[in-house]
Design a protein around this ligand. Structure first.
Ligand SMILES: C[S@@+](CC[C@H](N)C(=O)[O-])C[C@H]1O[C@@H](n2cnc3c(N)ncnc32)[C@H](O)[C@@H]1O
Length: 292
């Protein structure tokens, strides 16, 4: 299988659409200021969130800065905007190499694509946004020290979504002991990443946000729940599942506590379960809407 990170992010869209906590989203809608407003999204990947917010009619007139450190993601985002905007019936106009305007009579969204490490971006950013978005991102950063820096990017709201929170489940059971060991060791790798990360970031954010002086306006679960209907996964979700197993494989291959033969057999069986439409995957995550 060809593992492409941009394709993984695209395959994740339908899973995230279901998962995002709709009470927290309602609170976001209710608290947004009068348009036009300015949004900064950090760790924005290929730009699936700006597409979602336009499709879900959350934003119509906005300046939207999307920041990601991976050149491949930003290049993809800058090309892909034409595709999704036209599919949505919107016109697209280039304004400079790293900017696009997506518009029709009711919409005018000006998107800037910034390839940068988020902390470098924070240092040079001049104008705080009305809304900061970090989607599937905070659990990768050193906490709590990153939070104050990130919150300096907003003068109002922050919508912090899909923060992983300590539960990964693959069903049906292959071997209860081995399944539990894979889950435990996989979570430990998230806690030991040199660049930061927390396998229980969702629950820990309650305390971290309070310490950073942010008021929690809404919070709730945003679990990924992936399963087949009539033996088939919707959209590109079979690819999404293969990519999750690829992460698990990359994280645990060569781990001193893992029996390599048993792990290879476990991966083969999980992959076969995807092909048969049997694998159910659940990851517990949490969303927050906060005010500075
Ligand atoms: C799990 S992905 C989520 C991407 C996107 N939010 C989505 O859900 O489709 C995390 C993203 O954060 C980016 N990233 C990781 N560390 C970063 C950093 N220090 N500065 C900027 N981006 C970073 C990665 O390149 C990746 O695109």
């Amino acid at each position: 299988m060809d593992y492409s990170f941009p394709r993984y992010l695209l395959s994740k869209q339908s899973v995230d659409d279901r998962s995002l906590n709709k009470d927290v989203l309602s609170a976001l809608r209710a608290n947004l200021p009068q348009e036009p407003f300015r949004i900064v999204e950090v760790g924005a990947g290929v730009g699936t969130m700006v597409r979602r917010l336009v499709r879900w009619d959350v934003i119509r007139r906005a300046e939207y800065v999307m920041v990601d450190e991976m050149t491949e993601n930003i290049e993809y985002a800058s090309e892909w905007v034409k595709v999704w905007a036209e599919e949505t019936g919107l016109s697209v106009e280039r304004s400079g190499e790293n900017q696009a305007r997506v518009f029709d009579k009711a919409h005018d969204v000006r998107i800037r694509f910034e390839q940068a490490d988020v902390f470098d971006f924070i240092q040079k950013n001049q104008e705080p946004a009305d809304l900061l978005i970090a989607h599937a991102f905070l659990d990768l950063l050193p906490m709590p020290e990153s939070l104050t820096k990130l919150l300096s990017l907003t003068k109002g709201l922050a919508w912090l979504t899909l923060n992983f929170d300590g539960v990964t489940t693959f069903e049906p059971t292959i071997d209860a002991g081995l399944d539990a060991q894979v889950e435990r060791l996989y979570h430990e790798t998230m806690d030991r990443r040199a660049t930061g990360g927390d396998s229980r970031s969702g629950r820990h954010l309650f305390g971290h946000l309070q310490e950073a002086g942010a008021e929690i306006l809404a919070a709730g679960a945003s679990d990924w729940v992936v399963y087949a209907r009539d033996g088939k996964y919707p959209d590109d979700e079979a690819y999404f599942l293969h990519f999750i197993l690829h992460f698990v494989e990359q994280s645990l291959t060569g781990h001193p506590e893992m029996d390599s033969g048993a792990f290879a057999k476990w991966l083969r069986e999980r992959r076969a379960q995807i092909e048969r439409g049997e694998l159910v995957y659940i990851a517990h995550q949490m969303d927050f809407l906060v005010k500075r």
